[in-house]
Design a protein around this ligand. Structure first.
Ligand code: ATP
Ligand code: MG
Length: 719
């Protein structure tokens, strides 16, 4: 077999890394320079040129998707199934180890894994047991404390509270939580890693077995490893194993989850004779995209510092699109994708990236209406998200008490102390008597057959729904949804249940449902406007039921910037380039987080191979509010020579659905024009929706603010 063929498709620096003698190797290099390619080729090289058995190889990547792809690429290169090799994420590998050695790890054979929501419930119980009040000891904070300690490899005994009563209590909670996990035979995510590390530390025989087996350890995205993952690698490598690590300090985007970018530096200091290879040629992106990305990241201090270059020529400049509002932004993106496809491109060459999941709703709507199949990665579609279904279930119950699935969904969400047993009882009675759950609950609450506590809880739920019905009477659709949001208590529920950004993202989505209702109100389409709530609920079910593009179907990819790590696409859009959205408002308060946001922007921009669009909306209706936005500082940080601004109308690719500024959108008025209104005074027409007698104009009045007006009755005159 000619092993040099493995080196042929590589440049000199890459060859040095792939074909170097077995030993510790660190490849630090910017985005798109071939780090993952080098790692895959290295594995093939070890097998073919060095005669290493696949059994002796352990490779760690960041996502399960990446692990699957890596295995495929190795098999394609080697031409054989790579059985015996361990490829996976840190969590996946740790889990595998613990299953195999559960007894030594002091776990029951069938130990279960707690997800974040389960973990919160357990923390809650521990707080109750300890007689502590959740308002002083918020569940999310306690959970965050425990996980952060575990990510740093610390058990309660390792932590010194230095006499501080606050810390002492947190430590006691950590201890009590551990005990509760032990009793229940469960482990959380952070525990998987810590326990796997301790398994090796405390069982030299087992460690020795794995050290003998895995002489070759390879790690992708090394910059995002946390302390315990690093310690785990170090323990496994011992004195005889070699670690081949590839990473990019500029792409460290998980600091908020405990990742330690210093691990790159530590690795080269703590492991002997590390050969460092730098890759500087970028093969992914054109010159303009790379130039803009390089200069953006250059603003971050304390970088390892590296510049990338490319041979592919300048290509197209990075395009910045200032849309009037979020609908127009989405339509622009949809139209551009259609052009791409008309020009012979495939849909799966296109990706739309955003900082927060809530942004996907408007994009999804436009894609659905334009008949462009799409797939959302790393999360369900908007109307399928748990919190959205919860809130809709409240409204559905208001609309129809017979809706049993909705009843079941929210009877104990947020928690009202109605246990599974009570719900089971209700179900059984309902079945026997042929009643709906609502009717059954009503009866049972009346005759007290469920026991005092359950009866009270059920009554509370019934009252909530009854009161909600009264509260929304006579309100507009958007106000109805907003009222349901408040009455349901779902926002607090999710903030309690899930920590940090995740909980906040759910709340943002709930607010976004209010926006969706407002948009629906303005343009309900061909429905019965007498029952707008009913029509909206149907609309939501249809949107949710709309099957996502089937696996393998040619479809556009939607995902968060975090989820895009390691991937590449010819045409990339980053939507919502606005202060507060990106950089995210939570990061704006903290300088370190701002740098992490900038790295995230660098990650996003460097996903693009040939065309990159950064879009923003001058006015955005999001999270139920509408307002003017300021462009993201990252836009202003891009060098002029690499960017081009495409304003609506001037763009060669202006979206067909949005009229260009000069087209008439109403009696003698045009988009972008200053107009006068008898009541609201002067303003600018910033958007229009629909046509014919139903056409509406969106006008930004100097004093009265944003208003939607029906074009045919607006009485606007040029100002
Ligand atoms: P990221 O930092 O985003 O993870 P990376 O450094 O891992 O990027 P790869 O994904 O490995 O980069 O490579 C980027 C692209 O460049 C891929 O399409 C890859 O196939 C291509 N590539 C890498 N090296 C070469 C080469 N020597 N010749 C041709 N193409 C290459
Ligand atoms: Mg990579």
């Amino acid at each position: 077999m000619d092993v040099t063929a493995l080196l042929d498709p590589l440049n000199d620096a890459q060859r040095e890394a792939v074909g170097g003698p077995p030993g510790h190797t660190l490849v630090v290099a910017g985005a798109g320079s071939g780090k993952t390619r080098v790692l895959v080729h290295r594995i093939a090289w070890l097998i073919q040129a060095e005669g290493v058995s696949p059994f002796g190889i352990l490779a760690v990547t960041f996502t399960n998707k990446a692990a699957g792809e890596m295995r495929e690429r190795i098999e394609a290169l080697v031409g054989l199934p790579a059985t015996g090799m361990w490829v996976g994420t840190f969590h996946g590998l740790a889990h595998r180890l613990l299953r195999q050695h559960h007894a030594e790890a002091d776990l029951p054979k069938n130990f279960q894994i707690l997800d974040s929501a389960d973990q919160q419930r357990l923390v809650k119980r521990v707080l109750q047991e300890q007689g502590l009040d959740e308002s002083s000891w918020p569940v999310r904070q306690v959970q965050g404390f425990i996980n952060a300690r575990k990510d740093d490899g610390q058990r309660p005994a390792d932590i010194d509270h230095r006499g501080d009563p606050y810390h002492r209590t947190l430590l006691e909670l950590y201890r009590a939580y551990e005990e509760a996990c032990r009793r229940a035979g469960v482990v959380d995510f952070a525990e998987l890693l810590l326990r796997a590390w301790e398994l090796w530390r405390d069982n030299p025989g087992i460690l020795d077995h794995y050290r003998r087996r895995f002489r070759h350890i390879l790690v992708d995205e090394f910059q995002d490893t946390n302390a315990i993952q690093y310690a785990w690698l170090r323990l496994l490598a011992g004195d005889s194993g070699t670690v081949f690590a590839v990473g990019d300090d500029d792409q460290s985007i998980y600091g908020w989850r405990g990742a330690r970018v210093e691990n790159i530096r530590r690795y080269s200091q703590e492991f002997p004779d590390v050969v460092t290879v730098r890759l500087e040629q970028n093969y992914r992106s054109t010159g303009h995209i790379l130039g803009a990305s390089n200069q953006l990241i250059a603003r971050n201090p304390e970088r390892l510092g590296k510049e990338l270059w490319t041979e592919t020529g300048h290509g197209e400049p990075v395009r910045i699109y200032d849309a009037f509002n979020e609908n127009e932004e989405a339509r622009f993106i949809g139209r551009r994708i259609q052009q791409w496809v008309e020009g012979g491109g495939r849909r799966d060459e296109c990706a739309i990236l955003y900082r927060s999941n809530a942004l996907s709703r408007v994009l999804e709507e436009v894609l659905v209406h334009s008949g462009i199949p799409y797939r959302i990665h790393g999360g369900p579609r908007f109307f399928e998200r748990a919190e959205i279904k919860d809130l809709l279930a409240y409204l559905r119950l208001v609309a129809s008490r017979d809706d049993d699935p909705s009843f079941e969904r929210v009877v104990n969400t947020p928690s009202r102390g109605i246990g599974e047993r009570t719900v089971d009882n209700l179900r059984q009675i309902a079945r026997e008597r042929g009643l709906t759950l609502w009717a059954t609950a009503w009866e049972a609450a009346g005759n007290g057959q469920l026991g005092a506590r359950a009866t009270k809880a059920i009554q509370r739920f019934l009252t909530t729904i009854e009161e909600l019905e009264q509260a929304i009477d006579g309100l507009s659709l958007a106000e109805q949804v907003e009222t349901a949001r408040q009455h349901s208590g779902l926002a607090d529920h999710y903030l309690q249940k899930e920590k940090g950004e995740r909980g906040q993202a759910r709340v943002d989505n709930l607010d976004e449902l209010v926006s969706a209702a407002r948009a629906f109100e303005l343009d309900p389409g061909d429905v019965d406007t007498e029952d707008l709530l009913g029509a909206f609920l149907t609309h939501a079910s249809l949107e949710a039921g709309e099957a996502q593009a089937a696996a393998g179907e040619d479809c556009v990819h939607l995902m968060t910037l975090h989820g895009a790590k390691g991937l590449e696409f010819p045409l990339v859009f980053i939507a919502g380039m606005e202060e507060g959205l990106f950089p995210h408002r939570m990061a704006l308060e903290d300088g370190n987080r701002l740098e992490e946001e900038r790295r995230l922007c660098y990650v996003g921009m460097t996903r693009a191979m040939s065309e990159l669009y950064l879009t923003r909306a001058e006015s955005r209706r999001l999270h139920g509010r509408e307002g003017h936005t300021r462009p993201s500082r990252f836009l202003t940080e891009l060098p002029e020579e690499h960017v081009e601004s495409v304003r609506p109308g001037r763009a060669p690719s202006a979206p067909a659905a949005a009229p260009a500024p000069d087209t008439e959108v109403g009696e003698g008025v045009t988009l972008g024009q200053r107009v006068h209104h008898p009541t609201f005074g002067e303003g600018v027409i910033i958007d229009c929706e629909g046509d014919g007698p139903r056409a509406r104009l969106h006008v930004n009045f100097d004093d009265a603010g944003l208003k939607w007006l029906v074009a045919s009755h607006a009485n606007l005159t040029p100002a």
